[in-house]
Design a binder for this molecule. Structure first.
Ligand SMILES: NC(=O)c1ccc[n+]([C@@H]2O[C@H](COP(=O)([O-])OP(=O)(O)OC[C@H]3O[C@@H](n4cnc5c(N)ncnc54)[C@H](O)[C@@H]3O)[C@@H](O)[C@H]2O)c1
Length: 441
């Protein structure tokens, strides 16, 4: 069969700058992990771009290249890092304090990590109540702060010699905000920045600065940030990819695997109680009720969309769903997520499932940061603009076009992602029909 034309994709020539907002547990685990992989000190486990394959054509064709060989992705050797943080620790000190990676992964690369010093942040304690930062930009207006962030991006491009940049928010979860008049258009947003409107959170300034400097922006936390009409329009106008929100790592990843299974078998759900104990700085920030509210919304949304109670009122019309996060310092980054799931089957007989996930938050998040950096860079080179729903695989609370409900089922998201990769490269979509193996023409 003749190959269809794929999308024109500019080649990944030169270096790719990855600018991280926040140099905490996730960012340092990501940076130190990439450097370890580059030096042969470990494998990029959990990264689809590095470990994954993609089937092309029929099952009998036996074509399954690695994703990184199939697509023109930037290579790990070409990544250069920079970060902002209101805490002045360099990446080595921050990684030691985060306590995720062990000395044998940090000491051999200590000089490399010490070379990554955080730029002063656009930070405001009103949006992250539990943090006290000293490495902070001065500025009379939010507009001024955004201009300083833009200058940082230009400066980084110049001094590091990178050809392209992507920005990822891996900073603390901000307090809960809902979209309002200040978020409706680019002009309204700019005016609100001038008058220091409280509706403009620091994360929006980073997203605005990124887009104004032709940099794709992905949001790894549940804050509103780039999920507002003003920044969506700006991304479309400037032909830039954006996406979010909230890395889908531990408990919610499991939820978006299990809930579709119950629904696929038409098993009912009476309740789902999820609790977490977490002792890192993220846990401390989320101990503030206003930051927790932002996270709670993101974690609660998934079941409603997957189970469609309107369509299945007998099965899902009365689900009790509760999510708790408890700050418990002794565990550090090693979170424990418990789920008690009350399901029911044939004639309504109840059953229970318990999940106890002893996970490592940043170990699960780091490969997601890597994949997002590489795929957002690819999207920009392929001239994909606006919300990148095909990357919802990576997010707890995926951004979608207005009026579209998000797909939360991990395997629908994976199919969407892989079919988008096939489409980009002019390969046939895989529908899984497979009738041709049985009904020979
Ligand atoms: N690890 C996971 O599994 C996971 C999953 C989903 C989402 N997240 C989110 O990712 C984010 C990072 O998590 P973490 O564990 O690295 O947290 P962390 O507290 O270790 O690091 C966050 C860093 O962001 C900095 N920061 C806060 N406000 C900032 C600002 N305005 N500008 C620049 N830096 C700022 C903080 O000083 C801190 O160093 C959190 O919002 C978390 O909720 C993490």
């Amino acid at each position: 069969m003749p190959k269809r034309a794929g999308r024109d994709i500019a080649p990944p020539t030169g270096k790719l700058g990855v600018m991280l907002v926040g140099l905490g547990a996730v960012s340092t685990t990501f940076i130190a992990g990439v450097e370890n992989v580059r030096r042969g000190g470990g494998l990029p486990i959990g990264s689809l771009t590095q470990m994954g394959t993609i089937r092309l054509g029929k099952r009998t064709d036996r074509r399954s290249p690695k994703i990184k060989d199939f697509l023109p992705l930037a290579g790990l050797a070409d990544l250069v890092f920079a970060a902002w943080d209101p805490i002045p620790d360099d990446a080595y000190t921050a990684a030691r304090k985060a306590g995720v990676l062990e000395p044998h992964h940090l000491e051999p690369i200590a000089d490399f990590l010490k070379g990554i010093k955080p730029l002063p942040a656009a930070f405001d304690q009103n949006y992250v109540k539990r943090l006290h930062g000293t490495n902070v930009k001065p500025g009379k207006t939010k507009r001024e702060l955004a201009e300083q962030l833009r200058a940082d991006i230009r400066q980084f491009k110049q001094t590091s010699g990178v050809d392209r940049v992507v920005m990822i928010w891996a900073a603390s979860t901000e307090v809960f905000l809902t979209p309002g008049p200040a978020h409706q258009s680019v002009a309204a947003l700019e005016q609100a920045m001038e008058r220091n409107d409280p509706a403009i959170a620091p994360s929006m300034l980073y997203a605005y600065a990124a887009l104004m400097e032709n940099v794709p922006f992905a949001n790894g936390a549940p804050n509103l940030t780039v999920d507002i009409p003003a920044l969506e329009r700006l991304a479309e106008q400037r032909k830039l990819p954006i996406g979010g929100k909230d890395f889908k790592t531990g408990q919610t990843m499991m939820k978006t695997v299990l809930a579709p299974a119950f629904k696929a078998r038409m098993l009912g759900l009476a309740g789902w109680y999820s609790t977490n104990i977490l002792g890192n700085r993220d846990g401390e920030v989320l101990d503030d009720p206003e930051s927790f509210k932002t996270k709670e919304e993101s974690k609660l949304g998934v079941l409603e969309y997957i189970l469609q109670p309107d369509q299945y009122p007998e099965l899902y019309g009365n689900v009790f769903h509760k999510v708790r996060i408890n700050y418990y310092p002794p565990r550090g980054d090693n979170k424990e997520g418990w789920d008690n799931i009350d399901i029911f089957g044939w004639l309504g007989y109840p059953m229970q499932i318990k999940v106890d996930f002893l996970c490592r938050d940043s170990i699960l998040a780091a490969p997601i940061v890597l994949d997002l950096a590489l795929f957002f860079d690819l999207a920009q080179r392929a001239r994909l603009s606006g919300i990148q729903e095909w990357l919802s695989f990576y997010f707890k609370s995926p951004q979608t076009a207005p009026g579209l409900y998000p797909e939360h089922d991990l395997f629908i998201q994976q199919t969407k992602l892989k079919n988008t990769l096939r489409w980009l490269m002019g390969e046939e979509q895989i529908t899984h029909l497979g009738i041709e193996y049985y009904e020979k023409a």
